[in-house]
Every structure is written in structure tokens, then in C-alpha cells.
Design a protein around this ligand. Structure first.
Ligand SMILES: Nc1ncnc2c1ncn2[C@@H]1O[C@H](COP(=O)(O)OP(=O)(O)OP(=O)(O)O)[C@@H](O)[C@H]1O
Ligand SMILES: Nc1ncnc2c1ncn2[C@@H]1O[C@H](COP(=O)(O)OP(=O)(O)OP(=O)(O)O)[C@@H](O)[C@H]1O
Ligand SMILES: [Mg+2]
Ligand SMILES: [Mg+2]
Lengths: 227, 227
């Protein structure tokens, strides 16, 4: 489903170059449940942005469902993102001054879903993360963990084929963390591909495979047996 | 140093009321190293905002260093915050499009510190959190964990009497986490009062005392022996 080959990404700031990713070769099969781990600054979020077509590699190739993403137009990339991928961003990226329910409906708006059905699906998604009583709260009226759960609800509301989640339980206590990871396992059991970025071993335990990054390179890639 | 008595805080949204804090009685001595724990939505950040004079209680009293905060004017509250308290916010709250170094210098600007000395202290603070090579990066050019470390450097740069940190290691790997907590322990050993909000037991282990919140109330308050 996902095939990255010798992918590199370099950021330029004035005359210094930051090699965020170097020579990353990674294949993810449909239905995989993958954890990407590594120290702060090792390139995990950069890798997720490339996988999710939010950014393009400077070197190497990225083939997504058989198509080289460099061949896609901007609007084709946007269309893939909106209809096939659910994102949980490290910073949540909720829309300010907009209630939780509307934030979660947003991907359904892009997908052209009718208002009543959007409302129903978004409400269900928020209930599944324990926020049924916070539908009308705006992000600034929610705790950190509640904002993160709104971001999670938004990522799963379109029932995406590929779920990319960057530190999805970072702001959550252990009870909410377990319940969110159960939710992801369930999506995966239904055939969805799930990629989780995390620095917590507790979270990686839900994964079937763990890829570790260090300084922009893959340093280990282990499939777990009996996971 | 800090004395909260039967403090309550209620948020009103339309006609529903959210009781974020109820009847919180808490005293913190100078030099204490306190961890505040509790589930998502239990009132931890709200409590920190009140302790840091960013918000006022609706009920009860808050006496900070012998003064009832309701007697302080807006500018007196601002002055206490700027000169005596260092904050690490759950959302980091860095200034966009502004380099890390300038973000960290900001509290020193308020304190009237001269330019050359500000530059020196801010550089030192950033080096102490491992970001000596990221001084000119803006927040959008930094990883999640790097942004969090900039927020930490900013909180400690004025060497504050009281350090309030909301989930200060949430985005950090275990190596950076340990190094940040060592830094806080060191500040505490020098006599600074440190209050950490966390949902991670690993972090609470550095504390001398653990206060647990649930639904806006204090449900336990334990001093650790031999910590
Ligand atoms: N401005 C606001 N308006 C309305 N409700 C609010 C507001 N701020 C916070 N709340 C509510 O108050 C409660 C406590 O919020 P708080 O941010 O203190 O929780 P927390 O313990 O820090 O949670 P977390 O661990 O998720 O960060 C939550 O239920 C939240 O929805
Ligand atoms: N827009 C940018 N401009 C310059 N450098 C950048 C930019 N974005 C990221 N970087 C740098 O690239 C490196 C990798 O960043 P990335 O966000 O992928 O790390 P990460 O593994 O997600 O870290 P964390 O665990 O702290 O979130 C970091 O050293 C960062 O400073
Ligand atoms: Mg990241
Ligand atoms: Mg909070």
C-alpha cells in the first residue's frame, strides 16, 4: 500500500541544512498496524507528513497504492488525503472558535456527506472518545486531553483506509489512552492500515510492527510475533 | 507560599455549567516539589492557571506569598507573573514566526534585562535543554519535542521562585524527559518551588509530594518519604 524508497527530506534555513530524513526505505502492507518510534527530532513527524501526502520527498520515491505521488496534481493529492486518510496531528490542529462537533464534521464536508448524516457520524465519533457531553465546546473551552480526543474523533469519522496518528495519546491519562488504542486496534481489525508515531513503549505494545528512527534514518524494523 | 482555600471555578457555556474545580484546599510551601495528577478533564490546567494568577477563583480564597490575589490590580498580577513565576504551558504557547532565542528572551525583556545579558541567558537556557543548534529556528521549523523544550527554556530563563509546568515532558522521549526532570530537580534543590502537572507516574517519581484531582476535587495528597 505504501512504498518509500530511499526517501530523503532536507530543510534549508539560511545556509544550514537540516537532514530530517535520509535514505528511508519502508513498505507498509494494507492492514498493517505500525508504530514509528525514535528520539525527539529524529524525523517521525516529517515521515508522517510525507506518507500522508502533506509534503514531498527531496530524494527517493514514494509510491502510494501503486501511484508515484510526484505524478499527482495538487488536487489529486488533496483528494487522496480527504477521502482515504485520517490524520491525528501532533499539535491537534483544531479550528479555533469552532465547536467540537463541527471540527469533527469537517472531513465529511469535504467528502460531500449530507448534513444530517454528518451530524450523526460526528456525534458517534465524539461519543466513542468519551466526549458526548462536549459537542458544543470550542477548543479553548476544552482541556488538553479533550482537544486531543476531538482530533482523534475527526481522524476516524470518515472510516479512512489509512489512519496516521502522531502521538495520539500524548495528552491522555492511562484510561483514555487504553480506550483510544482499543479503538485503533478495532479499526485495524476491520482491515484499516494504522500508523502510530509514539515515544511510549506502552503505546507501541498495541502495534504488530515497530520501526525505529534515529537522526532521520531507519535503525530497526521489527515485526512482533504473537502480537 | 501558596494557600488555596475552598477554591472553586465554574465555566459557563450557554446554560450549562462546568464545575472545573470544586472546594480545592491546598497549601504549597516554599521549596516544595509537587506533582498534580488526575484524569483528562479533572481540572489540573485550571488549577495551574489559578495558582499562576492567570485566572481568578469564583469561590474561595487564594493567598500567594501572604497577599490575597483578589486585592491585586491587573498590573500587580502581571508583575508577579513576570518576575516570580515561570510557566510551561500544555500547548507550549510559543510566538509564531519568532526564532527560539527570541521566544526564550521574552521574560527577560519584561524584566528589563539588557540585550547582551538576555542573549547570554537565553542561549544558556536553550543549551541546557539540548537546543543550542536550533536558536534561530521558528516554532514551525521545530519538532514537537523541540517546541516543548523551547517552552521549558523560556520558563527557567529568569530563574523564577515558582515554576509551574503543565505536562512539561509530554512530547519528549525518555532521554529528554529524564534530562528535563533533572533540570527541575536541580532548580528545586536551589530552593525554587516546582509544581508539575502530569499524568505519567514516571514524572511523578521526581516529586516529593503528589496531589491527585478527580472531577475538580482533591482526592489524595501524599508526601513521599525518602524521595
Ligand atoms: N474556557 C472553558 N470553558 C468551558 N469549559 C472549560 C473551559 N476550560 C476548561 N473547561 C472544562 O473544565 C474541565 C477541566 O479542564 P482542565 O483543562 O483543567 O482539565 P485537565 O485536568 O487539565 O485535563 P487534561 O489532562 O486533559 O489537560 C474540563 O472538563 C473542560 O472541558
Ligand atoms: N520546517 C522546518 N524547517 C527546518 N527544520 C525543520 C522543519 N521541520 C522540522 N525540522 C527539523 O527536522 C528534524 C525532524 O523533525 P520532526 O518534526 O520530524 O521530528 P520528530 O521525530 O517528529 O520529533 P518529536 O518527537 O520531537 O516530535 C528536527 O531536527 C527539526 O528541527
Ligand atoms: Mg514530531
Ligand atoms: Mg490540562
Amino acid at each position: 500500500m505504501i512504498a518509500l524508497r530511499e526517501v530523503g527530506k532536507t530543510f534549508h534555513l539560511g545556509d544550514t541544512a537540516v537532514h530530517a530524513l535520509r535514505d528511508v526505505t519502508l513498505a507498509v502492507r494494507e492492514g498493517d498496524l505500525l508504530a514509528i518510534m525514535g528520539p525527539s527530532g529524529s524525523g517521525k513527524s516529517t515521515l508522517m507528513n510525507i506518507i500522508g501526502c502533506l509534503d514531498l520527498p527531496d530524494h527517493g520515491r514514494y509510491v502510494l497504492e501503486g501511484v508515484d505521488v510526484r505524478r499527482l496534481t495538487e488536487s489529486e493529492q488533496a483528494s487522496i488525503r480527504n477521502r482515504r486518510i485520517g490524520f491525528v496531528f501532533q499539535g491537534f490542529n483544531l479550528i479555533a472558535r469552532t465547536p467540537a462537533l463541527e471540527n469533527v464534521e469537517l472531513p465529511l464536508v469535504y467528502a460531500g456527506v449530507a448534513r444530517r448524516e454528518r451530524r450523526r457520524l460526528a456525534t458517534e465519533a465524539l461519543e466513542s472518545v468519551g466526549l458526548g457531553d462536549r459537542l458544543d465546546h470550542q477548543p479553548s473551552e476544552l482541556s488538553g486531553g479533550q482537544q486531543q480526543r476531538v482530533a482523534i474523533a475527526r481522524a476516524i469519522v470518515t472510516d479512512p483506509a489509512l489512519l496516521l496518528a502522531d502521538e495520539p495519546t500524548g495528552a491522555l491519562d492511562s484510561v483514555s489512552t487504553a480506550s483510544v488504542l482499543e479503538l485503533f486496534s478495532e479499526l485495524n481489525a476491520q482491515g484499516r492500515t494504522v500508523v502510530l508515531i509514539t515515544h511510549e513503549e506502552e503505546v507501541s505494545r498495541y502495534a504488530k510492527r515497530v520501526v525505529r528512527l534515529h537522526d532521520g534514518r531507519v535503525v530497526s524494523d521489527e515485526r512482533r510475533t504473537g502480537a
